[in-house]
Design a protein around this ligand. Structure first.
Ligand code: MF3
Ligand code: CO
Ligand code: CO
Length: 248
């Protein structure tokens, strides 16, 4: 069931999403070589709590982190722990806030400069693919338009789109219908409608798109060990386009 949000719900989701984005601004300012992913996680926990919200990831299906902090070949859902951030790493931080029962979900990839040219190009292509996908969104556009925009651009640049995880409806729950794949065919799939709130969150690999989940039951890594990048926005579908609720 797809939930069309009321004006009152949208206002509350907007506030939660803005906090999620501010949390990533803060995370970006403190993510430095030498910091462990658990230390970063605890800083994020404190920032979210100091702003009157809680982390939606903590305890979600048993997930033990306040954010997902995934480095290099880790694609998504890495559990914060002892791994140290190093110069040259690309670090994906994914934050989901729960502000009075309303959710905002956003991820960015931080580059621990200097990074390789290949890594920089991966991060730029991933970011642009999300922007191109958002440009397809408006009342009446189709879910397949989103996936096609991402897949076409990413594959033209020689990278690959992870299939195993998708964007999703969000707002009054963490994960709502519909699923939003990051690959597909333009002009196919469900039509988006004004008042829907969704995430788009492409995960892009330098090598093959296949992933595997580690023995911890959460951490997804590329099967071939190649680098992976991700950006995610929470967006509101409007009559003429999309409003990015997790804008930088
Ligand atoms: N934030 C992720 C998403 O974009 C989901 C993380 S679930 C967790 O949908 F349990 F791993 F935190
Ligand atoms: Co999401
Ligand atoms: Co997320």
């Amino acid at each position: 069931m797809i939930h069309i949000k009321s004006a009152r719900e949208i206002e509350r989701i907007r506030q939660s999403a803005a906090l999620a984005s501010q949390t990533l601004d803060y995370a970006q300012s403190v993510t430095k070589p030498g910091l462990s992913t658990k230390e970063l996680d605890l800083l994020i926990k404190r920032f979210i709590m100091d702003h009157g919200a809680k982390s939606a990831t903590y305890g979600y299906k048993g997930f033990p982190g306040y954010a997902c902090v995934s480095i290099n070949e880790e694609v998504v859902h890495a559990i914060p722990g002892k791994r140290l951030i190093k110069t040259g790493d690309i670090v994906k931080v994914d934050v989901t806030t729960d502000l009075n029962g309303y959710f905002g979900d956003t991820c960015r990839t931080f580059m621990m400069e200097p990074v390789s040219e290949k890594a920089r190009r991966l991060v730029e292509v991933t970011k642009t693919s999300l922007e191109l996908a958002i440009q397809t969104v408006r009342n009446g556009s189709r879910i397949g338009d989103i996936g096609a925009a991402i897949q076409t651009y990413v594959e033209k640049n020689g990278f690959s789109v992870v299939r195993d995880f998708v964007g999703h409806g969000v707002g009054v729950a963490f994960h709502e219908d519909p699923n939003i794949p990051h690959y597909g065919k333009a002009g196919t799939g469900l039509r988006l409608k004004t008042g829907m709130v969704i995430t788009i969150e492409p995960m892009i690999n330098i090598g093959d798109w296949r992933i595997k989940v580690l023995a911890d039951g959460w951490t997804a890594v590329t099967q071939d060990g190649s680098l992976s990048a991700q950006f995610e926005h929470t967006i509101l579908v409007t009559a003429t386009g999309a409003e990015i609720l997790t804008k930088y």
